[in-house]
Design a protein around this ligand. Structure first.
Ligand code: SF4
Length: 303
């Protein structure tokens, strides 16, 4: 039996469900029960009522969210070292300082934050629903963290004053994209549509035909009449895009845009974690209760 088969057998035996983010290695995406972005996977984790265990193939903050939303299920993170550097850029102290400075401004946190930070905010959001979440708030000034690029994008879209906390939080992978690289690709593929993630810089957003989360990109690529796309997000998404659209071509806007943390989950690590039920994600109850309220408020916003 090869490793993939062994994982599938174990999964059945242990009533586990495998969730994989769009940025994961192709072989992990191929054995996952669901592939998606953070909001889609968080929803799936809740919907899977019969599952006893969730193997969350992604990075720390996503697995934490799954554990918060599913207190009765065992949530495993195949590689404990898979940590999002952007999530580490925001601390509880920073949130408290910002709240003191702007006492009337609600705090919206991107799900790419640690549970202790989620516990301190009014509502969470993802890149797919940040604009709708901010629009839903009865406030013209909003504190937003940790991604300053998503904050700037949300400010453009909502017209509200968005104060980023910290001032310069960013995703190191999305920061690698530069408009010059898109221009070169456009010379080779002049009819290609440019899709860009809102974690990219404002310069990249300016050269985009479409700006959206990974789930929105997947939908857009399917529905668009365009046959060629230049993609401004982590390279793992190309596997799904190509699989779902075999008649279309996809080019990464910068070949080196690889998130090393998303690639830490391998078949071997996933197998070991599932077999030994190790790397269980635990969030202290008091923190989980407060963070869950912030996540549930996000789910209440229509997007
Ligand atoms: S792609 Fe960026 S935001 Fe996503 S996990 Fe990697 S570093 Fe974090």
């Amino acid at each position: 039996m090869d490793l993939t088969q062994k994982i599938l057998e174990l999964k059945k035996e242990k009533k586990a469900v495998i969730l994989a983010h769009n940025y994961l290695r192709p072989e992990i995406q191929d054995i996952a029960d669901y592939i998606g972005d953070s909001i889609e996977l968080s929803r799936k984790a809740v919907e899977e009522k019969d599952a006893k265990m969730i193997v969350f193939s992604a990075v720390d903050f996503m697995a934490e969210s799954a554990a918060i939303l599913n207190p009765t299920k065992k949530v495993l993170l195949p590689c404990l070292g898979a940590r999002c550097p952007m999530a580490q850029m925001l601390t509880v102290d920073e949130i408290k300082r910002a709240k003191k400075q702007y006492p009337n401004a609600p705090v919206v946190l991107y799900v790419n934050t640690l549970a202790v930070c989620k516990a301190e905010c009014d509502v969470c959001c993802t890149s797919a629903n940040a604009v709708e979440v901010i629009k839903s708030l009865n406030a013209e000034t909003v504190l937003f963290g940790p991604d300053s690029n998503l904050a700037a994008y949300a400010q453009d879209k909502t017209g509200k004053k968005i104060i980023p906390i910290p001032e310069n939080g960013f995703c190191p992978t999305h920061l690698l994209f530069q408009p010059e690289d898109v221009q070169v690709l456009k010379m080779k593929h002049p009819n290609a549509t440019v899709m860009v993630h809102p974690e990219c810089s404002s310069d990249m957003r300016k050269v985009a035909d479409f700006i959206g989360s990974t789930s929105k990109m997947c939908r857009y690529a399917k529905e668009s009449p365009s046959k060629q796309f230049i993609v401004g997000t982590e390279e793992g998404i190309l596997h799904r895009l190509r699989k779902e659209n075999p008649d279309k071509e996809f080019y990464l806007a910068y070949e080196g845009a690889i998130c090393p943390n998303m690639k830490l989950t391998t078949l071997e690590r996933l197998y070991a974690s599932l077999k030994e039920e190790k790397n269980v994600v635990r969030v202290p109850q008091a923190v989980a209760n407060k963070a869950r309220a912030s996540l549930e408020r996000m789910f209440e916003v229509k997007s």
